[in-house]
Design a binder for this molecule. Structure first.
Ligand code: FES
Length: 200
């Protein structure tokens, strides 16, 4: 559901609620609320898995979706991005993803089911700000000549690479979280369900 859809839905809900309150009192206002939410809307509000269409995501770009009220990023990495990952290991706190910040099937430097697509929760592991995507590299970036693309947290300066791996000299203690997810097809990811099919 797009933000526009959500906003339209909220407007409809507010309109319905306002008219009922005006006519029949507060108790009656609960009725349209209950009937307004479809079973799938109630499930989403409770944190049910979401399906994400990644067919329009271009190499080097990031898209953001919401799952359990958190931003989840999907970054489509280039061949160059993937080749750069091992070269960063010495500068990272947990380069092989040994701290459990990801499901069992997410391992090592790549931290993805399909290397091209990196899926991660877009919240800094220091105090929860949302870092900024910095895909430019080297001299083209404002992150220094050694920068190979990644994320910069504006709150206290933590840096993460394109696998969400944290650098050593920053306040964030661990890599970004990888949510449970699986592929329903080449172009659709389901977030909130493990590869084995169990909701987490
Ligand atoms: S919240 Fe990101 S560095 Fe502090």
């Amino acid at each position: 559901m797009s933000k526009q859809d959500v906003n339209i839905g909220r407007r409809r809900f507010l309109t319905a609620t306002t008219s009922v309150v005006g006519g029949a009192g507060v108790a009656a206002a609960l009725v349209p609320f209950v009937t307004y939410m479809t079973p799938s809307a109630r499930a989403r509000a409770a944190g049910a898995p979401i399906e994400v269409d990644i067919s329009k995501l271009e190499p080097g770009k990031k898209m953001t979706v919401e799952w359990r009220k958190k931003p989840v990023w999907i970054v489509r990495r280039t061949e160059q991005n993937l080749a750069d990952l091992p070269t960063l290991n010495a500068a990272l706190t947990d380069p092989q993803s040994e701290v459990p910040q990801q499901p069992e099937y997410i391992k090592g430097e790549v931290r993805a089911i399909k290397p091209e697509y990196m899926v991660m929760v877009g919240l800094c592991t220091h105090l929860g700000c949302s870092p900024t995507y910095k895909p430019e590299m080297g001299a083209a970036s404002d992150m220094g000549n050694e920068w190979k693309g990644g994320f910069f947290c504006p709150c206290h300066g933590s840096r993460f690479d394109l696998s969400g791996r944290v650098y050593t000299d920053v306040p964030a203690p661990t890599n970004l979280v990888v949510p449970p997810h699986k592929y329903l097809s080449d172009n659709v990811i389901m977030i909130g369900v493990d590869q084995e099919g169990e909701a987490s």
